[in-house]
Design a binder for this molecule. Structure first.
Ligand SMILES: Cc1cc2nc3c(=O)[nH]c(=O)nc-3n(C[C@H](O)[C@H](O)[C@H](O)COP(=O)(O)OP(=O)(O)OC[C@H]3O[C@@H](n4cnc5c(N)ncnc54)[C@H](O)[C@@H]3O)c2cc1C
Length: 435
């Protein structure tokens, strides 16, 4: 990999997401050599992916070059690499661009969409975990409307304008709200010759309330906001399959829909060599102790979505969210230095700063540790927090300008089919990859 030898210990971080970047920044001025490996050369701000899918933002305003984060630090090295295996006995990592030795390894590979083994949903449904997937979804939504204009078959037209979003967590709620706003504000102007009132946005949640990780009040308000926007909220219904045209559920309810978005689960991204049964907990997460050390492996650590630290307050591990990942990155940065200096490490304690979700224009729900509020003020708080945590001044500025513009003009101008997406291709690609 052409990384120079150093007298400092080498810390290899796999993953430049929220956790990996926070850790890298914490180690920036320390006497360690940091090698960051990621299969993408950018950091992806996942909380705003739904805005890319719905034409509110361009993808480059929520992505940030990892090399730029590390600029100016002589002990830092980035390699665009897909990590394939960890060999803990020899402390080596195998990647698609070669092998590398580590003194300390940090796994920060995040999570991926979990289809729970349902091949129909995986091959014919849409996921929204990466920027390419969000662009695919954006194209599909727009292509569906173009197609709906062309068909004389009313049944087919309705299916093209029928959207089923599975999962009533923040991703599902935010996407449903954004689609409902498009239906209300943009479709009638873009497609005056199409009866867009027939477009349906269905949000399907298996549990009995939306946003189950938030307060009861937040759930109720989010549901009310969505219903005001015209979203059909289906609770206590589980989607069981999708054949590309028909969504079946565990009840008699069936949806005829050309688009199903699966936002109903994630699981940790594992690495070969760290996949022993004793290392993994539910959801494929690596079991770590209070210092982020993978159980039984002194030189291997895990942070963020991929790590499961079981504590009294969080017996199932910390929530798979950006805040725990960032806090864990910072805490591990301090602990690695302490470890190298042979000082005792400090156990990680998660400071819950609250959670929030936006439902659309002027509508959001916010649960802070001491206060809970919903509505317009919550919406401003949501915007401020997301701008604050976006990486890069340019990205913040561009997103801010876009939001102001969209707010004033009731518009979303990034509704562009840059790279056409056909579900049929997705099925073929999936089969190819499997073969
Ligand atoms: C649509 C959506 C909306 C969300 N909204 C919110 C929200 O509003 N608030 C919130 O707190 N959280 C939200 N989350 C969750 C949040 O984004 C994650 O919890 C967070 O990104 C986890 O950080 P991480 O560092 O563990 O992993 P990630 O940020 O996912 O980063 C993992 C990195 O590892 C890299 N990687 C993976 N495997 C390999 C490999 N084999 N080789 C090399 N590189 C690899 C990936 O390319 C990626 O860059 C949302 C997630 C999604 C998908």
């Amino acid at each position: 990999m052409n990384i120079p030898q150093s007298s400092n210990p080498r810390v290899v971080i796999v993953g430049g997401g929220f956790g990996g970047i926070a850790l890298a920044k914490k180690l920036s001025k320390k006497d360690v050599q940091v090698v960051l490996l990621d299969k993408h050369n950018y950091h992806n701000f996942q909380p705003l992916l739904y805005q890319v899918s719905t034409g509110g933002l361009e993808p480059d305003s929520i992505a940030y070059p990892i090399r730029k984060v590390l600029q100016g630090y002589p002990n830092f090295f980035f390699r665009l690499a897909n990590v394939q295996e960890v060999k803990t006995e020899t402390k080596r990592i195998r990647t698609n661009i070669g092998e590398i030795f580590y003194d300390y390894l940090v796994v920060a590979t995040g999570s991926e969409t979990n289809f729970f083994g349902n091949k129909g949903i995986e091959t014919k449904g849409m996921a929204m975990k990466t920027i390419p997937q969000s662009l695919n979804l954006r194209s599909l939504i727009l292509e569906n409307f173009e197609q709906a204009l062309l068909t004389d078959d009313l049944h087919e037209r309705d299916a093209l304008m029928n959207f089923v979003i599975v999962g009533g967590g923040p991703t599902g709620v935010e996407l449903a709200g954004a689609l409902a706003e498009i239906k209300k504000g943009i479709l009638p102007k873009d497609y005056p010759d199409l009866d867009t009132r027939r477009a349906q946005i269905n949000l399907v949640q298996s549990g009995d309330r939306l946003l189950p990780a938030m307060s009861q009040k937040a759930s109720e308000k989010a549901e009310k906001f969505l219903e005001e926007l015209g979203v059909n909220v289906w609770k206590s219904i589980r989607v069981t399959d999708y054949d590309g045209k028909r969504v079946t559920t565990n009840t008699k309810t069936i949806f005829e829909a050309e688009t199903l978005v699966w936002a109903a689960g994630v699981r940790a991204v594992g690495l070969k060599g760290l996949d022993g049964e004793e290392l993994l907990s539910r959801g494929n997460r690596l079991r770590v102790n209070e210092f982020h050390q993978v159980i039984g492996l002194e030189a291997v650590f895990a942070i963020g979505d991929v790590a499961q630290m079981e504590t009294e307050k969080f017996p199932e591990g910390h929530p798979m969210m950006a805040q725990p990942a960032m806090q864990q990155g910072k805490s591990l940065g301090e602990n690695l230095v302490r470890m190298i200096e042979e000082k005792p490490m400090k156990p990680f304690v998660y400071k819950d700063k609250g959670s929030m979700a936006t439902v659309g224009r002027n509508k959001a729900v916010v649960d802070l540790p001491k206060f809970r509020f919903q509505g317009v003020f919550a919406w401003f708080v949501w915007m401020f927090v997301h701008l604050y945590f976006l990486i890069g001044f340019r990205n913040r500025l561009v997103v801010f300008i876009n939001w102001v513009y969209n707010y004033i003009r009731f518009d979303r101008e990034a509704r562009l089919i840059i790279r056409p997406f056909k579900k049929q291709n997705k099925v073929e690609r999936h089969n190819l990859m499997r073969d």
